[in-house]
Design a protein around this ligand. Sequence first.
Ligand SMILES: Nc1ncnc2c1ncn2[C@@H]1O[C@H](COP(=O)(O)OP(=O)(O)OP(=O)(O)O)[C@@H](O)[C@H]1O
Ligand SMILES: [Mg+2]
Length: 457
Amino acid sequence: MNKLSLKLGLLFFAFLIMIELILFYFLYTGLVNSRIEDELTELRARGNSHRNILQKHFDRPTIFHVALMETEADTDVVITTHDGTIKAESDRLTPQMEEILQQERDSIPNEGLVVENRWKTELDISTVSPIIIDYQTVGYVYMFKDTTSIQNMISSLKQHFFLVGTLAILVTIISIFFLTRVITLPLIQMTQVTKSLSKGDFSVTLNEIRSNDELGELSRSIHKLAEDLHYIKEQRNEFLASISHELRTPLTYIKGYADLAEREGVTEEERNKYLTIIHEEATHISRLVKDLFELAKIDQHSFTIQLEEVNLNIFLNNLVKKMKPAFANKGIQLNLYYEEEIFVLIDTDRFEQVFVNLLDNSLKYSKSKEVVDIKVNLNDQHVFISVIDFGEGIPNTDLPYIFDRLYRVDKSRARKSGGTGLGLAIVKEIVEAHGGVVTASSTLGKGTKITIQLERS
Ligand SMILES: Nc1ncnc2c1ncn2[C@@H]1O[C@H](COP(=O)(O)OP(=O)(O)OP(=O)(O)O)[C@@H](O)[C@H]1O
Ligand SMILES: [Mg+2]
């Protein structure tokens, strides 16, 4: 039994028991009262029927006959005259009976009257019916009934109630037990799952996922969380592995060529060659570290984007002007196309980096005599800025991964061109920090198109 179901169970129990007690109380008192009522009505009716006979023949033999009839029944009768003189009785009088007989009787209704109903404390309950002849009350018929039979009946009723009550409590406890289990079990399962999640065990399964209520929703969220965490953890491990791999290669080169350069008998020319390689590799490492640092900053959200409203055409024009020489060097033409003036909310420094990275790729992966286009398109809500080249393109199998960190289509080729595989990852982070989306489409051997989608300001 866990804490939650115990709490819930006790709460349910207290609540249900209270309701059951109240119901039982009303049922019991209602039953008892109506039983007593029945007894009294019956007794009075019996008295009335005796009285009816006596009204017709108020003489000795009839009186005697009536009294005789009652000696065999479990009720008793006492017949008196108007002034209280006892004419006949079916049994010996008890002190309580005498007390009742001595009470003053005035204007008793024809249908009779209950004179004693205290069944709990008295020995008898009692009614009286008047004998009226020619509009004159000439006597009374007193009826008595022993209360022990009533008390027996009530006590057996009590026993029944006790039995049913105990059963009800038992059923309540059992159903509460199962109910709270049904409610709390998934919660407990989820607690265990989240516990093992925090310990790093992602192989969790929750079987409540099918239900459509809030609990199902919660377990779906937890499941998703577990998957995400798992993914993040795997990504991190992969990332660390690739970083150390990335660093190991240039470091091996550096160490190897440094060893070679140190050797005796190396010509000046050879040594210079080695030093150049060492320098190149060191540059590569420092670029890698710089880019990684950049990404880490973006990840921690410690970099704030300084949004400003910029005329996109002017911004891109300046950029193209800056980049043109590099493209011209390789004999590639860089064009800019746009439909109309448009303003966007961007961080210009960051966005310059975005386009430098994209154009750098296009330049790197295009042959000379080709063109690279920047095109701006609009719809009602969005601005689409595309960088299009007609270079070597990206294989379909690699396309989904090019925005991943350290991902390069062709590792050896990229090494030659000095790529680290972080350029597009940085692009993606920056664009998403602006609330934008970046997508890529490419055909191997035909070219690549990278599109940035931003909200119109
Ligand atoms: N325009 C393109 N044409 C062909 N392949 C591309 C293009 N842009 C990206 N790629 C492929 O996607 C990979 C990832 O690109 P990304 O810019 O992230 O890394 P990189 O260019 O290799 O290195 P870095 O940009 O850090 O110098 C590249 O290695 C390349 O294989
Ligand atoms: Mg790049």
